[in-house]
Design a protein around this ligand. Structure first.
Ligand code: MN
Length: 483
């Protein structure tokens, strides 16, 4: 999206908040006035940058305060305007958002100096005060990464690494899939240019080779659904370059990546998702182990969809993602869209909603309260939240998300303090396992509790989650005070 104009932004906003476009126009004019004479490193007028940021936010259907703050996000830092003036001209929320973005924008995550850990902590915890700060920051980072070619080589590496380490996981947690995948690819392009190029070439070959076949399959499914009066649209997708890069690194080869090629199928409502699934499975045979119901078991970032991998026309595996229209929008843009769809644009409602719905926020608060040292905090965030996650099933089939290498002890504490403190034995996939057993994706976990069982200090060495660590320590401390 190059050469955007204010008209493009207004059109995007008109599509969902038609009555408020005047305020957006006013914010644009104000930002344009304040940045007058300033240029980007590309030589373009500076206003191009906040305009791009605001357009990304509007694509996400962010609320109007967020759009205005997106337009004004660099004014406190780079112009003479004050926070009070923004309050006067707009409102306190807009000013607070701009201020929040400004405070975290000077942070350099790549240096590992002590005060930098404190800053990293600030950016990550700002999510718990108003997550919109992070949403704006992500849109800001996206445009900066899109225009990274104008920066010095050293800066490019630094920004790309920081994007991959901090912003990609944040984009994942707020469910902004489109931003996440684009940030990943942009980062890889600068960090591993050779790998990027070679995968890009292979990827376009695969795309070329499969176009006709995927078109046919899309038409077949489209016809089946239409015959059954299920309104739908179907999109052909191919995994992003970074996603393929990661799979190759993990020992897969191009032909064994089961979700390399996918068809996204969107229908009007949830009932039709399941009807479509049945109809499609009777035409294309599914691989049983690769079926996932994220509608009943949404991911922690609110992602909902049915995933099935089927044998396509020439025996090739194709992933199908089936969801309703709303789920599809949330899948692309995450939280901001979720709020829009659910009509809760008041900040308190949004933030409350988040703390209740999103495991990420609970874990984040937990880590924040347990780790006093900034470096420990950042390390724990990286290993517990930003590393790979696994899904296991508890009895009754509830999906539980845990960091990689979690044990049945972590699992038990995740269920409840009582379960953890009285954990006696664990059964994984119908077999007894030791309590330090590293759980794997899709394990079925059952725990047995016993009033006589209690935590030992050895548990502290094997657990991965902050919650388990904290509760075990509390238990041991209490026991000590009795003896
Ligand atoms: Mn900026």
């Amino acid at each position: 999206m190059n050469n955007l104009t204010i008209e493009d932004l207004l059109n995007l906003v008109r599509a969902y908040e038609a009555t408020k476009i005047n305020i957006v126009e006013q914010a644009y004019k104000f930002a344009d006035f304040l940045h007058a004479g300033q240029t980007r490193q590309s030589g373009e007028p500076y206003i191009i940058h906040p305009l791009n940021v605001a357009c990304t936010l509007a694509e996400m259907h962010a609320d109007i305060d967020t759009i205005c703050a997106g337009l004004l996000h660099d004014t406190l830092e780079d112009t003479k305007v004050t926070k009070e003036e923004i309050v006067e001209k707009f409102n306190r929320d807009v000013a607070t958002l701009v201020d929040g973005v400004t405070k975290i924008s000077k942070i350099n995550f790549s240096t590992r100096a002590d005060e930098e850990f404190a800053n990293t902590r600030k950016i990550i915890t700002s999510i718990t005060t108003d997550v919109r700060i992070i949403i704006i920051k992500l849109a800001d980072r996206l445009h900066n990464m899109r225009t990274l070619q104008y920066k010095k080589k050293e800066k490019q590496q630094e920004n790309a690494l920081e994007t991959l380490e901090i912003f990609v996981p944040l984009a994942h947690y707020i469910g902004a899939h489109r931003i996440k995948t684009e940030l990943e690819d942009l980062s890889l392009q600068y960090l591993r240019p050779d790998a990027y190029k070679s995968i890009e070439e292979k990827r376009s070959l695969i795309e070329e080779k499969n176009t006709e076949y995927l078109f046919n399959m899309r038409n077949t499914i489209n016809n089946i659904l239409n015959e059954n009066s299920i309104e739908n649209w179907i999109k052909i997708c191919i995994k992003n370059i970074y996603g393929i890069y990661k799979d190759l690194e993990n020992g897969y080869n191009l032909s064994s990546i089961h979700d390399l090629l996918a068809l996204k199928i969107a229908v009007a409502n949830t009932e039709n998702c399941y009807r479509s699934l049945g109809l499609i499975h009777s035409k294309y045979h599914p691989v049983n182990e690769l079926f996932k119901d994220y509608i009943c078991n949404p991911k922690n970032n609110m992602y909902q969809s049915l995933h099935t991998t089927v044998f396509g026309e020439v025996n090739k595996l194709i992933q199908l993602q089936i969801r309703n229209y709303d789920m599809d929008r949330v899948a692309s843009f995450g939280l901001a869209t979720y709020w829009y769809i659910n009509g809760c644009h008041a900040r308190e409602v949004m933030q409350k909603n988040l703390t209740e719905k999103c495991q990420f926020f609970k874990t984040l608060s937990e880590i924040n309260s347990v780790f006093a040292n900034n470096q420990d905090f950042v390390n724990q965030i990286k290993s517990e939240l930003f590393s790979n996650r696994i899904y296991v099933y508890s009895t009754g089939g509830i999906a539980i998300e845990l960091p990689k290498n979690s044990t049945p002890i972590d699992f038990a504490y995740k269920l409840s303090t009582n379960n953890g403190n009285h954990l006696a034995a664990a059964i994984v996939n119908d077999k007894y396992v030791p309590l330090n057993y590293p759980l794997r994706d899709n394990d079925r976990v059952e725990i047995q509790c016993n009033d006589l069982s209690s935590p030992t200090s050895e548990w502290l060495d094997v657990v991965q989650t902050t919650k388990a660590k904290r509760l075990i320590k509390e238990y041991l401390k209490e026991m000590k005070s009795y003896s």
